[in-house]
Ligand binder design. Structure first.
Ligand SMILES: N=c1c2ncn([C@@H]3O[C@H](COP(=O)(O)OP(=O)(O)OP(=O)(O)O)[C@@H](O)[C@H]3O)c2ncn1[C@@H]1O[C@H](COP(=O)(O)O)[C@@H](O)[C@H]1O
Length: 110
């Protein structure tokens, strides 16, 4: 059975391998050549497109835009040499801590 993490790990490896390819034949290489600001801009665009699809209750569109969003996030993370494992470790660290509890702790610190 293919798990979501298998898919993301394979995508991460593909993206890292394609960064130095010819921008004429690789979209990842084209994004990389465009620089981090361009990558971040694309990520923002895909986030907005995901929001638009979700608020229109467009399930098929939301799946498609969320796939673009995850792809562009993985491209940006690779550029920063941040691995998916780094992000997952942060999520594991938060496991079991309610967002409301964490927010209340931040408020009492300030
Ligand atoms: N998963 C993806 C993937 N998802 C989305 N996209 C591209 O992301 C872009 C989405 O942005 P837009 O909708 O704004 O499209 P656009 O107008 O063409 O984009 P821009 O010209 O503005 O950059 C499209 O060009 C999609 O084709 C992807 N491009 C590549 N991959 C993966 O990356 C691998 C390597 O790709 P190459 O580097 O092209 O070989 C592929 O085998 C796939 O596994």
């Amino acid at each position: 059975m293919v798990t979501p993490m298998d898919t993301l790990s394979r995508l991460e490896a593909t993206i890292r391998a394609r960064r130095d390819a010819d921008p004429a034949s690789s979209y990842v290489a084209k994004l990389t050549a465009g620089g981090r600001r361009r990558m971040a801009q694309k990520l923002g665009e895909e986030a907005v497109e995901t929001v638009i699809a979700a608020t229109a209750d467009d399930r098929r569109g939301t799946i498609s835009e969320a796939a673009d969003l995850l792809f562009h996030l993985t491209v940006l993370l690779a550029d920063m040499d941040v691995s998916l494992a780094d992000v997952l470790a942060e999520l594991d660290r938060r496991d079991g801590v309610s967002g409301l509890t964490e927010k209340a702790a931040r408020a009492s610190e300030s």
